[in-house]
Design a protein around this ligand. Sequence first.
Ligand SMILES: CC(C)(COP(=O)(O)OP(=O)(O)OC[C@H]1O[C@@H](n2cnc3c(N)ncnc32)[C@H](O)[C@@H]1OP(=O)(O)O)[C@@H](O)C(=O)NCCC(=O)NCCS
Length: 168
Amino acid sequence: MLLNLPDGSRLTLRTIRPRDKAALTEALHRLSADAVHKRFLSPKPDFTLAELRYLTEIDGADHVALVATPLDRPDRIVAVGRYVRLREAPDTAEIAIVVGDHLHGQGVGRWIGEALADIARDNGIARFTAMMLSDNVAAHRLMDSISKRVRQGPREGGVDNLVLDIAA
Ligand SMILES: CC(C)(COP(=O)(O)OP(=O)(O)OC[C@H]1O[C@@H](n2cnc3c(N)ncnc32)[C@H](O)[C@@H]1OP(=O)(O)O)[C@@H](O)C(=O)NCCC(=O)NCCS
């Protein structure tokens, strides 16, 4: 899939691959501290090898991760979205998206979110859960934009737990 950005750059979206481990680490290192905090809700200076295996060696149904790369640099990851099905509620998956700071506000997050929702529906998932800081306006708007109905779950220590209906 191809996305033409307002700034003229062009991105493609593909499934993450096991050989993306180094590229994923480089993408983490390019994020601002603010973006890292909003995505992981804690400092995240690096991924462990076990985390890299978990994040890149996915099954494509219960765990899906999409990466956006510049059209001319397919090994440079500039945004990541993933969902992981909940074992205790198989029609539900947790979603998280992060977009490189330089690309914010150009529709990349929504593009990835909608692609994840399409794949999730095909795999029998009816809702996403998402955790985000209560004051993370961009993330709240993004989730609103990919779901017909967003419900506010428990709010704990400045973190919102949202439930997004994504059924067709
Ligand atoms: C949240 C995030 C993924 C959004 O990605 P993005 O590519 O900038 O978002 P988009 O351009 O697709 O915009 C999606 C919605 O957010 C809104 N938005 C984007 N940036 C915004 C900002 N800085 N302030 C307010 N709203 C903003 C857009 O207007 C749009 O809403 P609309 O459909 O009502 O117009 C991105 O800001 C990010 O990576 N943040 C750090 C990580 C994070 O917070 N992840 C969420 C935890 S799951």
